[in-house]
Design a protein around this ligand. Structure first.
Ligand SMILES: *Cc1c(COP(=O)(O)O)cnc(C)c1O
Length: 379
């Protein structure tokens, strides 16, 4: 897909730089459907961190009327409020701690909190006075040791001590540490049975534990809503190539300069690369300030059907690639996408696809398909 043509037709009006992420929103819907077929229960769309770098406004807009998405999950109060301002009507859960000085905003914007420790509950109870209670989901720690109540005793204590003037308990949840790892299936099953054990016979409006990996690789029936994150964006949670899902984001750049360098010349900061012979070098306008980290040095990009190595250090805003005569000015460059899946890139970088998409910085323009009308945000 070359956006130059789109640009010429005048469809895309702002185009400041030849580096952009292509976001295929139809794939989001397809991935939600695929996961729904597996779990057959409503889902909470996890759109923290700017929807894993995909753009929360566009992602939320394209999901807000999806019949399988009945709730949204984010990481911070700011992210939750931004969603409300966008006009999202569904419940919005903040999955982590929020600073206590903002509790009035939690009620004002009708945000649901994670209640994750006895201390946190007591602090809120001593500080908070409001006509309306705060909606909460109680977080249970079944082994991850991040946030949550660690035992049945603690859980029962919270249920007993929590004031109904202050809290409206809407849900209970836990989070799996190893759902993506076949070799640690026993650990997953331990967490699940501990969750059931702590829950006992209590009933709640929302009971949730499944993340993408649990939805894809395990079967679970007690919970009544599943938290869909990375799989919605079309990426396999275990970092493998996945044919069932459609990768929503692709990243492109363009050749802004091609030059011939002579044998013995060096490329980039620190002169870490020296030409073995006379070579063609292309420059691309993408660098580590775009989230294209320095560890990409030595990896390959895709241009016109061929793969070419990144030579020299990745700069803040630009990078050089060793090409051949066939590569011309303005040629489209795939950083990841159809020919370089995120799973492969992540393996080569010794990381996970989550990290790659989350790091793509704000200055990388996101181009949406289908092309969207402007989204208005209320103030
Ligand atoms: C981020 C997050 C998720 C989503 O995880 P995926 O692996 O992307 O599906 C689910 N639950 C909690 C508590 C999270 O923090």
């Amino acid at each position: 897909m070359d956006y130059t043509r789109t640009l010429k037709r005048g469809v895309i009006v702002t185009h400041y730089r030849d580096t952009y992420a292509r976001i295929q929103l139809d794939y989001l819907k397809d991935n939600v459907n695929t996961l729904y077929q597996k779990v057959k229960k409503p889902m909470m769309a996890i759109i923290k961190a700017n929807a894993y770098g995909h753009g929360y406004k566009e992602v939320a807009n394209s999901l807000k009327e999806n019949p399988h998405i009945s709730m949204f999950g984010v990481a911070t109060l700011k992210e939750a409020i931004d969603l409300r301002k966008l006009g999202i009507q569904q419940d919005i859960l903040v999955l982590g701690a929020i600073p206590l000085e903002n509790l009035d905003k939690v009620v004002k914007y009708d945000i649901s909190l994670s209640l994750f420790s006895l201390d946190y509950m007591k602090e809120i109870q001593s500080l908070f006075h409001h006509q309306k209670p705060i909606k909460v989901h109680i977080a249970i720690d079944t082994g991850m040791n991040r946030i949550g109540l660690k035992s049945k005793e603690e859980f029962e204590k919270v249920l007993k001590l929590c004031s109904t003037d202050i809290f409206q308990i809407d849900g209970v949840f836990t989070h799996f540490a190893t759902a993506d790892d076949d070799l640690q299936k026993a650990a997953y099953e331990n967490q699940l049975s501990m969750f059931y054990e702590i829950l006992g016979d209590h009933q709640f409006k929302y009971i949730h534990c499944q993340n993408s990996a649990s939805m894809m690789y395990h079967h679970e029936t007690r919970s009544n809503i599943a938290r869909i994150g990375i799989a919605m964006y079309g990426v396999d949670p275990a970092g493998d190539e996945c044919l069932q899902l459609k990768q929503v984001m692709s990243l492109y750049s363009k050749v802004v300069m091609v030059k011939k360098v002579h044998k013995g010349e060096h490329i980039g900061y620190g002169f870490t690369y020296q030409a073995d012979e006379d070579e063609y070098i292309a420059t691309l306008p993408i660098g580590y300030a775009d989230g294209f980290v320095r560890a990409n040095q030595g990896r390959k990009v895709y241009i016109n059907g061929h793969y070419y190595p990144i030579v020299g250090r990745v700069c803040m805003d630009q990078v050089m690639v060793k090409v051949d005569e066939s590569v011309a000015l303005h040629d489209l460059v795939e950083i990841f996408g159809e020919h370089i899946p995120l799973s492969q890139m992540a393996k080569e970088l010794d990381t996970i696809p989550y990290e790659i998409v989350c790091l793509i910085s704000e200055r990388v323009e996101r181009i949406y398909e289908p092309v969207l009308d402007k989204i208005y945000v209320s103030q």
